[in-house]
Design a protein around this ligand. Structure first.
Ligand code: URA
Length: 458
């Protein structure tokens, strides 16, 4: 059984007792933050607890979020906010230091979790993954794995714990038991233009990651046209904030800043991305996807203490692909969560769109850049993402990139494929013209292939 507040150390009990005696007022606290003053740990915890208990109105919380957004928060305030949101729900705890998770800030074609998690698990790391669904233009890990018939991502936390202990690898969606304060606050941020704040993003991500009970976290912070953090400077600031907060909670952490100016790998869309992930586990994946998955898995193996050096961990990660062990681990994960593991050898078991419309190069030259967030929005147009919360995802549709940044092309070469249904011919034509006009940029002179892993923070 999971107890709702496992972290009941002496400090926590004292703080809670103290908080219940405190007589804070909503207005002066909003005013304090608005003037740029630092809030204390007790003030932040009182505010979040009161809001979660519906004692503070949405408009007051919105005002506080905007004040936090504009005036910023230091590491101590961010940690207090993280802790307050963490304590609003269940917290899992696993013994042993080999429980390591990974978090990606999201992008286009990001399927690395399906590759790195089986690699790390095959190497002896326990991997508890609580993943998200699509957000804005970015795709979601949970939506993608559900392309596999029967795969159940809605396990309760007891089953999640059991599976982690017995199988070493488990992948579920967000549950209402984990950090419910984040869910409430996130919904407000989404409609009050307060999403892109580094302390608020940090507290939101960290409260959920800490609740999962991992002992270490590897962060993949995306930067570029397909990322939430467009500039490397902002990605670095987020990485530093996540590492500092991890440290305060005594978690080991590494962050890689990685390029998201083009999709990761060549496939976009749910079934397409599952196939590319399986091919990568079979050793036939595109170089960028393989390299990043190996690097992230190696950091997980290293943080878990399975290997003493990163170099040895990298060799081990590679050997998990070469030996077929990682692929076996992926099959085991599918079976364990009720999915049809035959897909690994038979892709026709995945929903697949039957029609392919090619987009060809309008002139000869070099691929200079892609407006990558547009790709995510075009996938939504095709039905591969949600326009509103209740929309169902079409796993069958997607895109395939035949050329990437730096590639030389001749006029008429296929750059991009649109995989769609027969009744979607008109929309495919619209996507084709948007791709040429708004997504693709070409150059007549040579273009360098972008570096994939830009920085490492630890
Ligand atoms: N992902 C999260 O979980 N929270 C944020 O605030 C942004 C991205």
């Amino acid at each position: 059984m999971i107890s709702s507040h496992l972290k009941v150390g002496k400090l926590d009990i004292e703080l809670r007792a103290c908080m219940s005696k405190e007589n804070f007022q909503v207005y002066p606290l909003i005013d304090k933050k608005k003037k740029g003053e630092k809030l204390t740990e007790k003030e932040i915890k009182w505010f979040i607890q009161s809001y979660t208990e519906k004692k503070i109105e949405d408009y007051q919380m919105s005002a506080m979020l905007m004040a936090m957004f504009i005036k910023g928060m230091d590491v101590a305030e961010t940690a207090a906010l993280t802790d307050a949101m963490l304590e609003s729900g269940e917290q899992l705890k696993f013994p042993g230091k080999n429980v390591i998770d990974k978090h990606s800030t999201g992008g286009i074609g990001d399927k690395a979790s399906f590759i790195l998690a089986p690699i790390a698990s095959a190497a002896g790391v326990k991997v508890p993954m609580i993943a998200g669904r699509g957000l804005g233009h970015t795709g979601g890990t949970v939506d993608k794995i559900e392309a596999i018939k029967g795969f159940n991502t809605a396990l309760n936390l007891n089953t999640f714990q059991e599976k982690l202990n017995n199988e070493g690898l488990v992948l579920i969606g967000q549950t209402p038991d984990i950090a419910p304060a984040d869910r409430l606050i996130y919904a407000l941020r989404d409609v009050t233009a307060t999403i892109d704040s580094i302390p608020l993003i940090t507290a939101s991500i960290m409260s959920k990651k800490l609740a999962e009970g991992a002992n270490g976290i590897v962060f993949d912070i995306k930067t570029g046209t397909g990322a939430f953090m467009r500039s490397t400077k902002d990605a670095r600031a987020l990485g530093k904030s996540l590492i500092a907060t991890s440290k305060r909670f005594k978690k080991k952490a590494v962050a890689l800043i990685t390029d998201m100016n083009q999709p990761l790998g060549n496939s976009v869309g749910h079934s397409n991305e599952i196939i590319e992930s399986i091919e990568t586990l079979k050793g036939n994946g595109p170089k960028d996807l393989t390299d990043l998955s190996i690097a992230l898995a190696a950091h997980m193996i290293h943080l878990a203490g399975v290997e003493k050096t990163f170099e040895k961990a990298e060799k081990k990660a590679l050997s998990m692909i070469e030996s077929g062990k990682a692929l076996e681990e992926f099959k085991k994960l599918i079976k364990s969560q009720g999915g049809d593991a035959r897909v690994v050898d038979d892709y026709s078991l995945l929903p697949m769109a039957k029609v392919v419309t090619n987009v060809t190069a309008p002139k000869s030259g070099y691929i200079k850049m892609f407006q990558n967030d547009q790709i995510g929005l075009l996938l939504i147009e095709l039905g591969g993402g949600r326009k509103s919360k209740a929309d169902l995802i079409d796993h069958a549709v997607g895109f395939e990139f035949k050329k990437k940044i730096g590639d030389q092309v001749k006029k008429g070469d296929t750059i991009f494929e649109i995989h769609h249904h027969p009744h979607q011919k008109e929309i495919a034509e619209k996507i084709k013209s948007t791709f040429i006009k708004e997504v693709l940029a070409m150059s007549s002179s040579k273009v360098k292939t972008p570096k994939l892993i830009l920085e490492k923070l630890s």
